[in-house]
Design a protein around this ligand. Structure first.
Ligand SMILES: Nc1ncnc2c1ncn2[C@@H]1O[C@H](COP(=O)(O)OP(=O)(O)OP(=O)(O)O)[C@@H](O)[C@H]1O
Ligand SMILES: [Mg+2]
Length: 230
């Protein structure tokens, strides 16, 4: 479904990714794991179109999406939850979640919101509260619900577990499992390898902008856990 080939990303003189190749097949949950600065966010941001690669190809269903602007990639079925639980702090929880389905029509929005509230009742209980007043774990769940709201075919999650207490790690794992049950393909970047390995089918261990190891969860587990403590 997603093919990344020989991707280079540079920021001025800094090379963030060097010759990166990654595949995500339909229905898989693929994990990008690696320490700070490994290039996980640069990879995700290149797929959603927030950074422009210096070289290489990104294909969705065989189509090169390099020239597709960021805002149109959502309409291709890509959902995105950014690193650092970025919610709109002064907007309500409901408005934050619905912003993920912007431009998709009221019927779709209402159905998506009903579904999300049934999966995560706290979204209903806090619907009218400004998102900036929530705890870190709650904000992360709002950010993921926003990404789920458009019911994407490919969901990109950048560090969904970072800095969260175990209770929120469990809730967010449940959200990710719900997307898996719906057949969503997922590409997830995470430093916290332990909970992420429980959800993934395959993964890539990154360091210094390159893939160091790839394989099934069983094949990469040891090397992923070693990177976690770098
Ligand atoms: N906007 C930017 N300007 C300059 N350098 C950047 C920028 N964003 C990232 N980098 C650099 O690119 C490299 C890869 O960073 P990236 O954010 O992709 O890594 P990461 O694996 O997501 O790290 P983290 O775990 O800290 O989120 C790092 O050396 C980083 O300092
Ligand atoms: Mg990052």
């Amino acid at each position: 479904m997603l093919e990344i080939r020989d991707l280079d990303v540079r920021y001025g003189g800094i090379t963030a990714l060097r010759g990166l190749s990654i595949d995500v097949r339909q229905g898989e949950t693929v994990l990008l794991v690696g320490a700070n600065g490994a290039g996980k966010s640069s990879t995700i941001n290149a797929v959603i179109g927030l950074v422009r690669p210096a070289r290489g190809a990104i294909r969705l269903d065989g189509r090169d999406i390099a020239a597709v602007p960021c805002e149109r990639r959502a309409r291709l079925g890509i959902g995105y939850s950014p690193e650092g639980r970025r919610v709109f702090p002064s907007m309500t929880v409901r408005e934050n979640v619905l912003s993920g389905a912007f431009g998709m029509g009221r019927r779709h929005q209402r159905r998506a919101l009903d579904w999300l509230v049934s999966v995560f009742p706290f979204l209903g209980e806090r619907a009218s509260q400004p998102a900036g007043q929530l705890s870190g774990g709650q904000q992360q769940l709002v950010a993921i619900a926003r990404a789920m709201c458009s019911q994407p075919r490919l969901l990109l999650l950048d560090e969904p577990f970072l800095g969260l207490a175990p209770i929120w790690v469990r809730q967010i794992s449940e959200a990710i499992r719900e997307m898996q049950r719906r057949g969503t393909t997922i590409l997830m970047a995470e430093q916290m390898a332990r909970p992420a390995l429980k959800l993934a089918t395959r993964g890539y261990v990154m360091r210094g902008g390159e893939v160091r190891r790839e394989g099934t969860v069983a094949e990469i587990r040891d090397s992923a856990l070693a990177e976690e403590y770098l």
